[in-house]
Design a protein. Structure first.
Length: 347
């Protein structure tokens, strides 16, 4: 069952040269984790917030965002409230910014249960303790009486995840949930999210700039650049044979979580800077940074998403792929870009 569906969603702000989002199509099924990856400024967080009906002030919006069948574009307050309190919930990237530092953890967790759903204090406290135990925090009753500064970053992230689960949502929107955490704590949070998906059948949209991290838990990956999705494919297929130069660039600049035997591969950063909202281009937005750009085509007409193999790619030269990525083998445990050119060089 489809829990979340973006249908040609576009968002434009005043005094900008290009849309914040430009024709986004994306779905999340029940029990599925879908990752949206890209550099900062690509529009990932705006996409996630749109699934709660949180659109930028003063924006113009077209297309649809459907959560469990409810279209949030132009929805009234009652429909938005129903989605936010029963169907979808957000896990934000900075837990210390999401929790009031002068309130106890228990107050934070029980607020929606008591004020929105009318639960008595004892019942809400019991539910909060159960959720803290479910996200792996020992001695949950003690943690309910603590203040945020008494917990580590990893513990606070678990509290934020518990808060998102208080009303039993079917869809979790995870906006960079491991950004401020060390590697070992990141692994614990990822394992927790994967366990919640298996145990509760949750659908999840995972927002991250780390394509390796996305591969660790996701079923499908959507690569986003300058407000558009430029490639999407199942995880193993995307890692084995990236078909967009930007995807290959992200893979080449990301250190693998579990690398091959022998010396680590040299990381190659994507040249240039991401396109800002005050910039626009008549053709492919990635053309100024792409070593495979074909003048007169790539820089003049924007490519549309088209079927290539098991996925979709928006690149005029996607059909010229020279071959699969080299390295120890494909799969979610590897984010190793090809050391050879992605495309056959023009003569």
């Amino acid at each position: 069952m489809t829990l979340l569906a973006y249908e040609a969603l576009s968002i434009t702000l005043p005094a900008t040269a290009r849309p914040v989002l430009d024709g986004i199509d994306l779905t999340v099924e029940e029990g599925e984790i879908v990752a949206l990856v890209g550099e900062s400024g690509s529009g990932k967080s705006v996409t996630a917030r749109a699934a709660l009906g949180l659109f930028p002030a003063g924006c113009r919006t077209s297309g649809r965002v459907r959560v469990d069948g409810t279209d949030l574009v132009g929805a009234d307050a009652a429909h938005l409230r129903a989605v936010r309190t029963a169907t979808a919930a957000m896990v934000y990237q900075d837990p210390r910014a999401a929790i009031n530092p002068v309130r106890r953890v228990g107050d934070f967790l029980t607020e929606s249960l008591r004020q929105v759903h009318g639960w008595p204090k004892d019942r809400a406290d019991t539910r909060a303790a159960e959720l803290l135990a479910a996200v792996g925090l020992p001695d949950p009753v003690r943690h309910l009486n603590q203040y945020p500064h008494e917990l580590s970053g990893g513990m606070l992230q678990r509290v934020v995840i518990a808060a998102a689960l208080t009303t039993g949502p079917r869809l979790l929107l995870c906006d960079e949930p491991t950004t401020a955490l060390d590697v070992s704590t990141q692994a614990e949070i990822l394992a927790l999210l994967g366990g919640l998906r298996r145990e509760r059948g949750l659908g999840m949209l995972l927002i991250t700039h780390d394509i390796e991290l996305a591969a660790a838990v996701s079923d499908r990956i959507h690569v986003m650049y300058a407000g558009r999705i430029v490639e999407t494919a199942p995880v193993a297929d995307l890692f084995a044979s990236p078909r967009h130069p930007y995807t290959a660039g992200l893979l080449g600049s990301s250190p693998p979580l579990t690398g091959p035997d022998g010396p680590p591969a040299r990381l190659v950063p994507v040249p240039g800077s991401p396109m800002g909202l005050l910039e626009s281009a008549p053709g492919c937005a990635f053309a100024p940074r792409c070593r495979f750009v074909r003048p007169g085509r790539c820089d003049q007409s924007p490519p549309a998403l088209q079927r290539q193999g098991p996925g979709l790619v928006a690149c005029h030269r996607a059909g010229e792929l020279a071959g699969p990525a080299t390295g120890p083998g494909p799969g979610p445990a590897r984010a190793h870009a090809p050391a050879v050119p992605l495309y056959k060089e023009d003569s």
